[in-house]
Design a protein around this ligand. Structure first.
Ligand code: SF4
Ligand code: SF4
Length: 313
């Protein structure tokens, strides 16, 4: 089954005015492609990986987040109290109380909050705004062979916007990489691949049932799409990316079977990268008022290194 994109890209204007919702633009990245890169993270993802380190990427829309540690309180500030049209904010025992279930996501309180205690994940940007930001670092790309990497969330969840951005980046001779979960199927990916120098493709599990349980979607289409992509774009650099997640896929036998699904590079080796599980995103679950499904699961760097040695060493 190929998923339909859940998109925040409408109403849609083509070319430089095309816009989509992005939750981060990260400069000077040394990963996710060759050289020094600017990473653009699209908002919206059809998967729900239990260990997701970017929970703010999952909804396609801008969304309210709250960091109570930055709040000045109702007496020193209290601006948000009078603003909320939904009655979701109240004063209780000298502090600001927030009823998230009542919040209408109008985002008005975040605009007024002077400290950033209330803030928004995600903003709408046009293709022009993004390429101008990316090109600020052109001198570094020329020296390092770097460029633009589009990531997410799932970049192809806003397919028309992604395509306009990719075309414009190529027109400007930027090196372009795309990270994808493959969840939107071959046709969307094949259109994007025409404008991409390097593709990073997530492989999370070899087993359909385990994939469904950990990610919320089976892997059959995802694996089939990767195979077809490698077959129909033999000149394209495609690298499988495998998050090594405790209790999900962190056994040598599982990882060997996942590696066997990876494309093969020109040297006849599996084009695959293994990435360690981390908990850097945990605090963001709290800001979004959501439980962290992997609470209590600790990264095991020594085990990860030893598995990696066995797999690629
Ligand atoms: S506007 Fe911000 S700092 Fe002021 S009371 Fe509300 S949350 Fe706290
Ligand atoms: S986003 Fe709007 S509805 Fe939600 S708490 Fe803020 S002001 Fe109220």
């Amino acid at each position: 089954m190929v998923l339909a994109a859940v998109t925040a890209e409408k109403p849609f204007a083509p070319g430089l005015e095309a816009s989509g919702v992005v939750f981060n633009v990260q400069k000077f990245s040394l990963h996710d492609g060759q050289g020094l890169r600017t990473l653009v993270f699209f908002k919206g993802c059809p998967l729900r990986c239990q260990w997701c380190s970017n929970p703010e990427s999952q909804s396609p829309w801008p969304e309210l987040a709250v960091n109570p540690a930055l709040c000045l309180g109702p007496r020193a500030c209290g601006r948000c109290l009078s603003i909320c049209p939904a009655g979701a904010i109240a004063e209780r025992e000298g502090a600001i109380a927030f009823n998230r279930g009542q919040c209408a996501q109008c985002l008005a309180c975040a605009k007024e909050c002077p400290t950033g205690a209330r803030f928004v994940y995600g903003r709408r940007l046009t293709v022009l705004e993004i390429v101008q930001k990316v090109e600020e670092d052109s001198v570094f790309y020329q020296r390092s062979g770097g460029g633009l990497t589009i990531s997410g969330g799932e970049a192809l969840g806003q397919p028309a916007f992604a395509l306009e951005l990719l075309k414009e980046a190529k027109k400007r001779r930027l090196n372009v990489a795309l990270e994808t979960s493959g969840a939107y199927g071959f046709e969307t990916l094949a259109q994007a691949a025409l404008y991409v120098d390097e593709l990073f493709y997530d492989l999370k599990h070899w087993d359909e049932a385990a994939h469904l349980k950990g990610v919320g979607l089976g892997n059959r289409e995802i694996v089939a799409t990767l195979r077809r992509l490698a077959r129909e774009f033999p000149q394209k650099k495609i690298v499988a990316r495998v998050p090594v997640v405790p209790g999900f896929n962190d056994s040598l036998s599982d990882l060997k079977r996942i590696k066997a699904l990876a494309p093969v590079n020109k040297d006849g080796q599996a084009a695959v990268e293994f990435l360690p599980y981390h908990r850097l995103g945990e605090i963001k679950y709290a800001f979004l008022g959501r439980p962290y499904p992997y609470k209590g699961v600790r990264p095991d760097q020594a085990k990860f290194e030893s598995l990696k040695d066995e797999l690629v060493g």
